[in-house]
Design a protein around this ligand. Structure first.
Ligand SMILES: [Zn+2]
Length: 144
């Protein structure tokens, strides 16, 4: 099962449009999360304190993506802004977090998850703001 999950992730991770749809679907659940529920069952059978997870009702707190996630997104998006295709390879340090945009903004119920991240240049990230849900379905060719 773990190997199958790895293979599905490998295929899906390349498709930003599919990931955007997945994250829009999941955002519907996040937006229903309420601070009234103090605890909820976690995966490990423990409890999850929603006050630690939520900034406010239906909105998760921002968490910086870990370096492995930034590397994976940078590699998938081939070092270019997905909106304007500006080459960021010479401009962007992987340590910089500001160019890793949430396709579905946290304010719209988006997740702090690698499947919700994309690479944007400063200008496009500023224009997108936290009200816009967007990605590009244009992909760079692997050839030519
Ligand atoms: Zn751009």
């Amino acid at each position: 099962m773990e190997r199958l999950a790895d293979e599905v992730f490998y295929i899906m991770f390349l498709n930003r449009s599919a990931l955007l749809n997945l994250n829009l679907y999941l955002a519907g659940y996040v937006q229903q999360l309420s601070l009234d529920f103090e605890t909820e069952d976690g995966d490990d059978g423990g409890t999850v304190d929603l006050h630690k997870l939520l900034k406010r009702e239906g909105v998760l707190r921002r968490k910086s993506p870990p370096e492995w996630a930034r590397r994976a997104v940078f590699f998938r998006d081939r070092g270019c802004c997905v909106a304007c295709h500006r080459d960021l390879t010479g401009l962007l340090s992987l340590l910089s977090k500001k160019n890793f945009d949430h396709m579905v903004p946290l304010a719209q119920g988006g997740l702090n998850d690698i499947t919700n991240l994309q690479l944007l240049c400063d200008k496009c990230n500023l224009e997108k703001s936290d009200k816009t849900v967007a990605t590009s379905s244009q992909y760079q060719l692997w050839y030519g």
